[in-house]
Design a protein around this ligand. Structure first.
Ligand code: GAP
Length: 476
């Protein structure tokens, strides 16, 4: 066991690592994007922004169930990255920051994509899409980009600019942050001092970021406004490589813990020509999306690049005095940087099941359901009176009210009970609680149906909360 707190705990690495140039299209998924997108739209989880005006590309709205799913993804991340640790503290920084931040970070100069534009129809593509034959004809007004006559590639900055104050003068221009990370560097000294954390420690932030992606695509995979879950872990120089290894394993375990199947996950190191200007080494956690193996999260060893640059540009000392060593240094940083929207999409795709299931009458029927981890399921329990009968409704309402302070509860009294089970299965509700005539006339017990096994059990209302807590609150 490692006893020096500055050193990374020894962890057995068991993640699957592939080569830098591993095939991104290899293998197929048992779920299609079309099926997941259709379910999300039909059940109002995720749909296009400003739909009544024809929508805005790259912008999506999360309806009631989608917003709850996203909240749960963020809560799971915060629980494991902050609450359960003690060496990571939270920050909620402003989206608009001083413009010099983005000069120091390298974003003004280098956060660009090479863009090519057609001289005749003005359609715009990222250069690599055209050279790799990966462009969508959607962008071209003639619906066939192979007819385009492209000019030379130009560097296009992905940051959105806006203005503060009543004037449009250049001095008032600010950027919408393209990553949450920079605030953790800029606020490093302040947070370290006030939280009295000692290196190694982390600062974590969950929040919106903005990138003018050309083009946004694959549903919520690549969008212009998204949420990130980033953590900057400050370590003593020289201890950075084992800490990098440690965080790769932690993040791998997190995706598995919340239900991603191991076969659909892999770690791919960046090749030298792919590394960001700040990184000594980066790996991507990749998920086997139906369209390709693609990045879920980047885990970078950012060295002391950011703290040194902000010290240089601001003129403020961002070094750290290490009492254990009686020495001052600029910490190195390990950064696990994940996307909320992208994680939510991976969890949805991975949970999607389309199966034949036995019916009560001995036949089979199609069953679409989400095998979401209980912690991620938007609704934890659905309370269903057998019918709208006036004898049943008061007790069903009472049961829902007993459970509501603890969990997100759906109350549904319309349609046959079979249909209502299917509605809950489709959005991954772990338990359905049915109130029937026996409940009110005989035993004050309800039928609890388990989403995964479809097994039904009779449980007394007095025992119901404890019964569900045992099954819902235990991490599985
Ligand atoms: N601070 C480092 C950083 O921002 P990144 O790889 O550019 O690194 C981290 O972004 C994560 O943020 C990505 O792995 C992805 O999950 C998410 N992300 C980045 N751009 C995105 C976009 N346009 N749409 C949705 N998610 C995005």
């Amino acid at each position: 066991m490692t006893t020096d707190r500055a050193l990374a705990p020894e962890v057995a690495s068991d993640y699957v690592e592939v080569a830098e140039d591993a095939d991104t299209t290899a293998g197929s998924h048992d779920t299609t994007m079309e099926a997941v997108v259709e379910l999300c739209k039909r059940r109002g989880l995720i749909f296009q922004s400003s739909e009544i005006y024809g929508g805005l590309r790259g912008a999506w709205d999360f309806g009631p169930l989608g917003a709850a799913l996203k909240d749960n993804v963020k809560a799971a991340w915060k629980r494991d990255m902050i609450q359960l640790r003690g060496d990571v503290v939270q920050l909620d920084a402003s989206i608009l920051m001083h413009p010099r931040v983005w000069e120091a970070s390298g974003h003004v100069e280098g956060f660009t994509d090479p863009l090519v534009e057609c001289r005749t129809c003005n359609a715009r593509f990222r250069e690599d899409q055209v050279t790799q034959g990966d462009a969508s004809t959607y962008e071209c007004p003639r619906s066939d980009y192979s007819l385009c006559d492209f000019g030379p590639a130009k560097q296009f900055n992905l940051m959105f600019q806006t203005h503060v104050g009543p004037t449009m003068e250049s001095g008032a221009a600010v950027w919408m942050r393209p990553e949450t990370a920079q605030a953790m560097f800029v606020d490093f000294a302040h947070v370290q001092l006030t939280s009295r954390q000692k290196v190694p420690f982390g600062i974590a932030q969950v929040g919106k970021s903005f990138r003018n992606e050309i083009p946004p695509r694959n549903f919520i995979f690549r969008v212009r406004e998204f949420e990130q879950m980033e953590m900057e872990y400050f370590v003593r120089p020289g201890t950075d490589e084992p800490w990098h290894e440690y965080w790769i394993q932690q993040r791998w375990d997190w995706y598995l813990r919340y239900g991603i199947r191991r076969d659909n996950l892999r770690i791919r190191p960046h090749a030298a020509d792919e590394l960001s200007h700040y990184a000594k080494r980066t790996v991507d956690v990749e998920y086997r999306f139906p369209f390709a193996w693609s990045e879920l999260e980047g885990i970078a060893n950012r060295t002391d690049f950011d703290l040194s640059r902000h010290a240089e540009f601001s003129g403020k000392d961002l070094s750290y005095f290490d009492p254990a060593l009686d020495e001052r240094y600029v910490p190195y940083v390990i950064e696990p940087a994940a996307g909320v929207d992208r994680s939510a999409l991976a969890f949805l795709v991975d949970a999607y099941r389309d199966e034949e299931a036995p019916t009560a009458k001995g036949g089979t029927e199609r069953r679409v359901w989400l095998q979401l981890h209980h912690a991620l399921a938007p609704m934890k329990v659905a309370v269903l009176p057998l019918s709208r009968n006036e004898k049943l409704v008061p007790t069903a309402t009472e049961v829902a009210d007993i459970l509501r302070p603890r969990w997100m509860i759906d109350y549904d009294e319309t349609g046959s009970i079979g249909k209502r089970y299917r509605r809950q299965d489709e959005v991954g509700t772990p338990f359905c609680v049915t109130v029937d005539f026996e409940t009110v006339e005989e035993d004050r017990a309800v039928t609890v149906r388990d989403r995964d096994t479809m097994v039904q059990e009779r449980v007394a209302i007095d025992r119901l909360e404890a019964y569900l807590a045992e099954r819902l609150d235990t991490p599985s």
